[in-house]
Design a protein around this ligand. Sequence first.
Ligand code: UD1
Length: 430
Amino acid sequence: MEQYIIKGGNPLVGEVEIAGAKNAALGILAAAIMTDETVTIDNLPDVNDINVLLEAIEGIGASVQKLDRHTVRINGSTIQNLSIDYDYIKKIRASYYLLGALLGKYKKAEVALPGGCNIGSRPIDQHLKGFRALGADVEIEHGSIMAEAEHLRGNHLYFDVVSVGATINVMMAAALAEGTTILENVAKEPHVVDVANFLNSMGANIKGAGTDVIRIKGVSRLHKSSYSIIPDQIEAGTFMFAAAATHGDVTVMNVIPKHLEATTAKLVEIGCEVEEFDDAVRVIAKKRLGHTQIKTLPYPGFPTDMQPQMGVLLSLSRGTSTITESIFENRFKYLDELKRMGALSKVEGNSATIEGVEGFSGARVSAPDLRAGAALCIAGLAAEGITIVDDIVYIQRGYERFEEKLRSLGGLIERVESEKDIQKFTLKVS
Ligand code: UD1
């Protein structure tokens, strides 16, 4: 089993390039099969989640051609199988985007029902409510969602909760429905907008993505397109927090600063210097930072996917901070791991109270999920001594060349597989 080994204490300094947004790419790849013409997608992050979804797409008969590490050409004209099995859903929940994509295109789809995951129970009732509103029969049988419609017809739908997944899934199906669909109380995340822009580049007629209401005029077919995915705001934020936690000076390149506003505002509030450029953000943290209150909210609020990275930073900051997690019910597991490094926190319900400590001491910890795993690496980079992070397979799902990028900023981090590798690293850094 691979692990990260980290020798903390070096401030991260330099420039780092951010990859394409994983969560936008997941929606866009699913949407790419909705035309029988060829689609080329660029700025794709080279991470495990994306590669698994590409396998699922190939598995139903579409042609998938990787042109280089970040570019793929997809042709959905050869799809024969409208069913996505449990193996894919188990590895990557977002395979459920193929439900909206296949239902829109073929008016029929079967996708294994995703279970809960490490951060919460994650129901998908709003996705199903949306497909039903478009006129599909949706049943759950033998662990699978079966959706089928004679015709999909536009409708007016109000989502009960703001959901990124439901917004994207239902928007895809509605793009090829008859008539107009109005979706209210939708998610406004940049990746929702990116999927809408991609669908529009294929000939869909979607307006209002990025606001609370999306209006979709169904079209009868979609056509070829070439599209470049937006930068990953969560990867960008992760490096911004890594700079802050190590008292470093990092310029995060290839970003859209507007997408990072909630993160930037909190960093400034606790005492970081943040400079914004057209497509870069520089974070400088010269001194120990201060405390604050955080509440995770749908975009443009503070993202739940940045909550663990913020928790690590606040654990090292002066005073008492509180974090309220209002999106997922089980996203504080990393605080227990962090206690092994000397952090002080108490979790009650969906709130955590954090008492800042002067520093962490390196320890062996385990990544509970993708973002929490990245956060623990940040903790290791800021800690005194050696930290070993287990279960890094989670981190590899969503961060491209994570350790290489951190190394390029002066971080002492390596991916190791054996006791011998660990000894080699320890000797090298001692
Ligand atoms: C997406 C992101 C994930 C991020 C999350 C919130 C992807 C692949 N994943 O996840 O990284 O943490 O947005 O920004 O883009 N809910 C329901 N019923 C539904 C759907 C959702 O009750 O049918 C609830 C969820 O349990 C959660 C909240 O709505 O409490 C938001 O979830 P949602 O926005 O759907 O998250 P995902 O799309 O799964």
